[in-house]
Design a protein around this ligand. Sequence first.
Ligand code: UD1
Length: 338
Amino acid sequence: MKKVIVTGGAGFIGSHTVVELNAAGYVPVIIDDLRNSEERVLEGLEAILGSRPRFHRVDCTDAAALGKAIAGEGAVHGVIHFAADKAVGESVEHPAKYYRNNIGSLAVMLEAMIDRRIGQLVFSSSCTVYGQPAALPVAETASDRDASSPYGYTKVVCEQLVRDQCQAAPSLKAVMLRYFNPIGAHPSGRIGELPRGVPSNLVPFVAQTAAGLRAQLLINGDDYATPDGTCIRDYIHVMDLARAHVRALQWMDGRAGSTCEVFNLGTGRGNSVMEVVKGFEDVNGVKVPYAIGPRRAGDVEVVYADTRKSHDVLGWSCHHDLRDALRDAWNWQRSLKP
Ligand code: UD1
């Protein structure tokens, strides 16, 4: 049984990846300081897995504590590094915090991996590195220098750090996964996204509005050059995203010699904000009161993935569509006690 460290494993994408790792026969070990998550995620995971996953409450920028936690696990096959701050707006207000946490935790983890001779890394990146791409769908070869927020730039710098480290230590294999817009939840309704305070992402806000926790959704502009005027994104079910991490590990297993590759993870299709709102109402039979507000600063108009490389190289593709994801998001919202 291969142990895989999952930093940020109590977070949204991390927790779903823990489920998929377990299903594929790996032993996931969560390292998370719960700063942006909650103990109840571990309870949800226990309900799904049948036993509580291994867990260390550690801040990944704390080299001593991280080193101790990893050393205590003995032989470790690989690391999936999710732990990071991810709120675009907050990153504009507090850039230093974002650079310190996101780049610092990766640097500390890379040193720990070298120290413990752990040879495989999956790094959690984002389509935000593309900014507004010149051509759509956007492929991995597109320019990654126009990330449009401090959060986005931390991902650009982290990717470069991984490349530099792979160059310096050819025994390290790395896969960097650029997520488009992860939504939905585990179909059991036991784990899902747990936004702190008012959600800034679309689908959690929609779900809370449908549940009556928010009076109305504000759609951030309807005057974009898109068919219905609202922004277009590539919404991917979190379970499909989670499964891609397992594929990435398996793919690295099959490769001899140094490996450092980047892959898009999206559906390859774009949907507008309005389509998401109407789709949510339709699939779940609920109303989502909304109003049209001004544009949100820094929003890109349209972005969706070219998924050919992840299909052809990783042999991965999506099993779920937007409707599945919106149904599972609502199922999760209803399972939450107010
Ligand atoms: C952005 C980043 C993504 C990052 C994520 C982290 C880009 C292209 N994407 O996602 O890489 O991982 O933040 O949080 O930079 N919307 C509303 N009303 C709301 C909330 C959102 O209309 O109350 C709209 C937004 O303006 C946007 C769409 O819904 O057009 C999706 O927004 P959101 O869920 O926040 O994701 P991104 O901004 O695409």
